[in-house]
Design a protein around this ligand. Structure first.
Ligand SMILES: NC(=O)c1ccc[n+]([C@@H]2O[C@H](COP(=O)([O-])OP(=O)(O)OC[C@H]3O[C@@H](n4cnc5c(N)ncnc54)[C@H](O)[C@@H]3O)[C@@H](O)[C@H]2O)c1
Length: 351
């Protein structure tokens, strides 16, 4: 097989960015599009030059011309759709979070195993080039032994770079359909990056305000990595009257990794608050900015889907596997368990 034929299920807000890495990829082609809203499916099929339009995902799954599916629907549908896709023999890329509960994730992994298909969870942040470069530099020992990973997120006012249809908020406010609040939604990306940069986590403690309204902010999360003498902290703030310069969501992120020899900063992802290099290293008394790295937020999306196609065609293991994505889910869900119990939680106990 030299080209993967993709069926996309879900044509909402994030679908355009998600499919970019298929549309500009000579090893992939989007052949079919499905949304329960026919007008959305037809519009996207036209834009993405797909031959077929479905409103019932089961019909798309029965389509023999499709090798793999990209699932971009509300969280409560991820498990059912992925399990059925596996039974139909399709490889699966499913948007983060993998599902609403760890039990659902286990069902998805079991279905993928018994069908012998590839299942991966699509979290584009871990493919964002400044973050990828930061990890390469950590692995090369550039800042010595890492002892702290700091993650900051500021959610700004509703005014943002693109239009978010109100329907994309309705299911998020309903815990039955979203599985939780922002810790399981946008913050999933940040937990995935924290694991990507620092390894597995031993315990998590969190204080979270405004959980009843999805916002989950202001919040502070701290954790101890399994690696010796390594910790992490995360802040999530809702600056409701602050305009954040961005082409995308009203969100601004920064990462700071401190090692025994120096400090690395990733200075942007979704937003562009500071006009400084996307990656900076401070070491040996010198501060060096890296401007040679593609830093548009969409680069993570492109990289993530190019990676999925390469894994399918070359037989390599994708990031995030189902097992890796469960660790991200457990990390995110343990913040709620800690806030409830006011105790530190071992994420592996979240089932
Ligand atoms: N990677 C990122 O940065 C990022 C950003 C935003 C959203 N997401 C994830 O993408 C997914 C979708 O989020 P969104 O913001 O695009 O949501 P959305 O509400 O805008 O889109 C969901 C789409 O699914 C369709 N849909 C609902 N039920 C369906 C069904 N039974 N069959 C077919 N289609 C159905 C809806 O009509 C809608 O068009 C979620 O998992 C979300 O967490 C990821």
């Amino acid at each position: 097989m030299s080209k993967i034929h993709i069926g996309v299920i879900g044509c909402g807000v994030i679908s355009d960015l998600t499919v970019w890495g298929y549309r500009e990829n000579e090893r992939a082609r989007i052949v079919a599009v499905c949304d329960s809203d026919k007008s959305k499916a037809e519009a996207k099929a036209g834009e993405w030059k797909a031959d077929k339009v479905y409103t019932d995902y089961r019909q798309l799954l029965a389509d023999k011309s499709i090798d793999a599916v990209e699932i971009i629907t509300p969280h409560h549908l991820h498990c059912t759709m992925a399990v059925e896709a596996a039974r139909a023999g399709k490889h699966i890329s499913v948007q983060k979070p993998m599902a609403c509960t760890v039990a659902e994730c286990n069902q998805m992994i079991a279905a993928a195993r018994s069908a012998n298909i590839i299942l991966r969870v699509n979290d584009p942040f871990v493919f964002y080039p400044p973050i990828v470069r930061a990890r390469e530099m950590i692995e090369a020992g550039e800042i010595g032994a890492v002892s702290m990973v700091r993650v900051r997120t500021t959610v700004g006012s509703m005014e943002c770079g693109w239009y978010v249809d109100p329907s994309a908020w309705v299911w998020r406010f309903d815990k039955e359909r979203s599985g939780g609040g922002n810790m399981l939604d946008d913050m999933h990306h940040k937990f995935a990056v924290a694991l990507y940069l620092g390894g597995d986590v031993e315990k998590v403690a969190a204080f979270i305000e405004n959980r009843e309204y999805f916002v989950d902010a202001p919040a502070t999360v701290m954790w101890k990595y399994k690696a010796d003498q390594r910790y992490g902290v995360m802040e999530c703030v809702h600056a409701s009257d602050m305009y954040i310069k961005t082409k995308y969501y009203n969100c601004e992120e920064r990462f700071e990794i401190t090692g025994s020899r120096g400090i690395l900063w990733v200075t942007r992802c979704t937003g562009q608050l500071m006009d400084i290099p996307p990656l900076i290293m401070c070491r040996d008394g010198e501060t060096r900015g890296y401007n040679d790295i593609p830093a548009e937020w969409e680069e993570g999306f492109k990289g993530s889907n190019r990676h999925f196609i390469d894994c399918l065609l070359d037989g390599s293991t994708p990031h995030l596997t189902g097992e890796e994505a469960i660790k991200v889910m457990q990390f995110a869900l343990s913040t709620y368990a800690s806030d409830d119990s006011q105790a530190a939680i071992n994420p592996e106990t979240i089932s």
